[in-house]
Design a protein around this ligand. Structure first.
Ligand SMILES: NC(=O)c1ccc[n+]([C@@H]2O[C@H](COP(=O)([O-])OP(=O)(O)OC[C@H]3O[C@@H](n4cnc5c(N)ncnc54)[C@H](OP(=O)(O)O)[C@@H]3O)[C@@H](O)[C@H]2O)c1
Length: 262
């Protein structure tokens, strides 16, 4: 497949901006279409592929608009980058003869600069029409990523796993910071104190999996765990005490004693 493919990116948000710039650097001809830019429809029509990089809840609508305005021709590749949704939200363009796919970059793009520097080495999960596969593979290769295939029925579970490991890691760290504040530390000072142990824990877990677990549950120290829950309740953090209890119980059942035990 020759280089200089033309791609139309619908939506200039966090991911759309990163993709547009990175694909240009990789030699693609890229047109970005912001909301309401109907005058760009002729350019959408002639592009080899359309990437719908809108918010998840806007993807189906954007695809419908594209189909209604004549932006779809037979054999065109149309994809979105949602982690949770499958390519079925693009059925409206499939019905017009396009090849549809979802291609999710397993990475976080909080800003253009951070996103661009984080893109290389990203794993991309593909699901969709066979005819869209080689184009998606090429994009991933050109962006220096790794291409993986996922079954559509597994996307929700896949995305839940990603949220568990990434989003809720943020939740847990922010909750720890809040406890730090409750006991008299500045949030950012407590976060700075946590930084070395957090980095070490992440590095160990990525390297060793369940074997990286240390702490009271790992040591079978029930009294300490009970004391933690009591302390959280006495700080007025009943929700957090319940969450802590659930995490401790899961850790005991599934990591210390269960299938994942070190
Ligand atoms: N950011 C990440 O870390 C990340 C990671 C992996 C995958 N993704 C996926 O990437 C997609 C985009 O996420 P994001 O974080 O980049 O969202 P975002 O920053 O909110 O950007 C979405 C952009 O799409 C625009 N838009 C919405 N409907 C449109 C339409 N019909 N025509 C043209 N533009 C339209 C929005 O404009 P308005 O502001 O006017 O609404 C906004 O600029 C989602 O499917 C998400 O699941 C994101």
């Amino acid at each position: 497949m020759k280089k200089n493919k033309s791609v139309c990116v619908i939506g200039q948000g966090k991911l759309g901006g990163v993709l547009a710039q990175s694909l240009r650097r990789a030699g693609y001809s890229v047109t970005v279409v912001k909301r309401g830019e109907n005058k760009k429809i002729p350019r959408i029509k002639t592009a080899d592929a359309v990437i719908i990089a809108t918010q998840d809840q806007e993807i189906q609508k954007a695809a419908r608009d594209l189909a209604r305005r004549g932006g779809i021709r037979k054999g065109r590749i149309v994809l979105h980058c949602s982690g949770a949704l499958t390519s079925s939200v693009l059925d409206v363009v499939r019905n017009k003869g396009a090849h549809a796919a979802s291609l999710h970059p397993l990475q976080t793009f909080p800003s253009l600069r951070q996103g661009i520097s984080a893109l290389s080495g990203t794993h991309w999960f593909f699901e969709g029409d066979k005819a869209a596969q080689s184009f998606c593979k090429k994009i991933v290769r050109d962006l220096k990523g790794k291409f993986l295939i996922i079954k559509p029925q597994h996307k929700a579970a896949y995305h839940a796993a990603v949220c568990l490991a990434c989003n809720y890691q943020t939740t847990l760290i922010v909750a720890a910071e809040e406890i730090g504040r409750k006991i008299g530390f500045q949030g950012k000072d407590f976060r700075a104190a946590l930084a070395p142990i957090l980095r070490a824990t992440l590095a160990n877990t990525l390297q060793m999996g369940a074997k990286a677990l240390t702490g009271p549950v790992r040591r079978g120290d029930k009294a300490t765990v009970t004391g933690h829950i009591r302390a959280l309740k006495s700080l007025g953090k009943r929700d957090l005490a319940a969450l802590y209890g659930a995490l401790a119980a899961y850790t005991k059942a599934h990591i210390v004693k269960g299938d994942n035990k070190p």
